[in-house]
Write a protein that binds this ligand. Structure first.
Ligand SMILES: [Zn+2]
Length: 90
């Protein structure tokens, strides 16, 4: 059993966004991934960024099976930076 009422476990937008890439790359632990997923499910600005990120990652996977070229990664990161700035402005 896990008591999930603890506010210390909550992820805020900044943390969720900063870990979005690691989350999508499955580079973070399961527990932390769950916390981020929980936040995303409940937070519209983050969720929309998550959708975009996942969409981009699918495009990357489709265009090259194994690893994305660094240039494409850069482009995605730049795109996310723009989105992040928009979220912060709202
Ligand atoms: Zn959020």
């Amino acid at each position: 059993m896990t008591g999930s009422h603890d506010a210390d476990d909550a992820v805020d937008c900044a943390e969720a966004l900063s870990k979005l890439f690691e989350f999508l790359d499955a580079e973070i632990g399961e527990a932390e991934g769950d916390r981020i997923r929980l936040h995303l499910a409940d937070c519209e600005p983050c969720l929309s960024e998550y959708d975009v990120s996942e969409h981009l990652k699918k495009l990357v996977r489709r265009s090259c099976n194994d690893s994305a070229p660094a240039e494409l990664h850069e482009r995605i990161r730049a795109q996310l930076t723009v989105l992040r700035t928009q979220v912060e402005r709202d």
